[in-house]
Ligand binder design. Structure first.
Ligand code: AMP
Length: 282
């Protein structure tokens, strides 16, 4: 696996990978890799001949009071994990390479970015859309793999690729979960042992609400019950919990497929997100 930090070397290496008509899958990450990330690499390897993974903790998607400086970083460990999965290239540029002095363009996917995490984290999805568009231009992949764990992000990237005619197929990978159902996340490392134990209440409440809604329960009541269960389980607050159209992300007061439950909640200093299918296909 080549570890590359400048765009010129990256372009040459990707051209070499694509020789003979071979395809390339991109797996963008912010590092601190766990099995969820590695499942994306595996999906990329199935979908394409070669995988390029990127590690870049993108400053423009963090708010001023968020955890950019504290975000966990361990490139040597991450590189070993990626190598073990057969990754061809690790693209790991620094901030000055990605955002040279005077960088002033950005992408906003207006319709899908306003609610949910977009409301709680102003500017976050502009930062995400912009870095993903830049990664597409840098790597020029045939396929790019993103996790369903970040459902709103995945919807935004699909829309951006469609709106801006990126010739990239977007694949969504199922949520990788820990033994007790908690979605794997680099931010789980922030949880104390006690918080980590309590955090299982979050996916459990979403799963229960999804089953209730699919079974015909009143949506407002199912969401209120889930909220109560999450708070009773030890969470301090809930940013949002909503039933949404799985593609347009429009809030739904009544169940109609395809729908997805979306939620974000805070425990101690940590903000966790999760989502759940309301029927088998979404
Ligand atoms: P991050 O490093 O958190 O920016 O995540 C990089 C990619 O991994 C994104 O496409 C995420 O949606 C995906 N991802 C993170 N956690 C999981 C998980 N538990 N299951 C599946 N995909 C995930």
């Amino acid at each position: 696996m080549q570890i590359i930090r400048d765009i010129e070397t990256l372009r040459e290496a990707v051209v070499a990978l694509k020789q003979g008509g071979k395809s390339v899958a991109l797996v963008p990450t912010m590092g601190a890799l766990h099995d969820g990330h590695l499942s994306l690499v595996r999906m990329g390897r199935e979908a394409a001949d070669h995988v390029v993974a990127s590690i870049f903790v993108n400053p423009t998607q963090f708010g001023p009071n968020e955890d950019f400086a504290a975000y966990p970083r361990d490139e040597a460990r991450d590189a070993a994990l990626l190598r073990g999965e057969g990754t061809a290239i690790l693209w790991a540029p620094d901030v000055a390479t990605v955002y040279p002095e005077g960088h002033s363009s950005h992408i906003e996917v207006a319709e899908l970015g306003a609610d949910y995490c977009g409301a709680a984290r102003p500017g976050h999805f502009d930062g995400v859309a912009t870095i993903v568009a830049k990664l597409f231009n840098q790597v020029q992949p045939d396929v790019a793999v993103f996790g369903e764990k970040d459902w709103q992000q995945l919807a935004i990237i699909r829309r951006m690729a469609r709106d801006l005619d990126f010739p990239v197929e977007i694949l969504g990978a199922p949520i990788a979960r820990d033994h007790d159902g908690l979605a794997l996340s680099s931010r789980n490392a922030y949880l104390s042992a006690e918080e980590r134990k309590a955090a299982a209440a979050f996916p459990a409440a979403l799963q229960q609400a999804a089953a209730a809604i699919a079974g015909g329960a009143d949506v407002g009541k199912a969401l209120a019950d889930a909220e109560a269960a999450i708070l009773a389980g030890g969470f301090d607050s809930i940013d949002y919990i909503a039933l949404a159209d799985a593609e347009s992300l429009e809030r739904l007061q009544q169940y109609r497929p395809p729908a997805r439950l979306l939620a974000a909640a805070r425990i101690g200093k940590t903000r966790l997100i999760d989502n759940h299918a309301v029927n088998a296909s979404y």
